[in-house]
Ligand binder design. Sequence first.
Ligand code: ZN
Length: 142
Amino acid sequence: MIRRILRVVAEKRRQHSRELRGALTWNGLLAILHRERIPVVRTPLVRSAALLSGGGVTVMLLNADVPGRRHLAFAAHELAHAWLHVHEGSEVCFHMDDVWPEGDAREDEAELLATWLLGSHAVRRAFVYAETATQLRLALDE
Ligand SMILES: [Zn+2]
């Protein structure tokens, strides 16, 4: 799982070298979404955030009722779904819930990639040395 996430990271760092040099910022996120043609819409929602994709179009929705300082974290998670789980022609819909569905590996993957996106240099280094998700979580908890 970690290797796959790092492969995506390597590819995206080439594409978005400036924005992904350090921890992702809100402006960096907007630049990436613009380049990738993923509109982001802040609107009242039942859940915190969602990523919708179908017919070659992907849209990110963020709940306008959630405090703005949390939008970057939610957006990083949804961006991770876009990079890891949206494939050409696929139709998917990811909702962010307070409680995640047990056993959906995609939620863990998206959260790990979001951790990398938002992480400091030390956090990013932990990804490189971890062989498993469990090792990574232990390293990040230290
Ligand atoms: Zn998710």
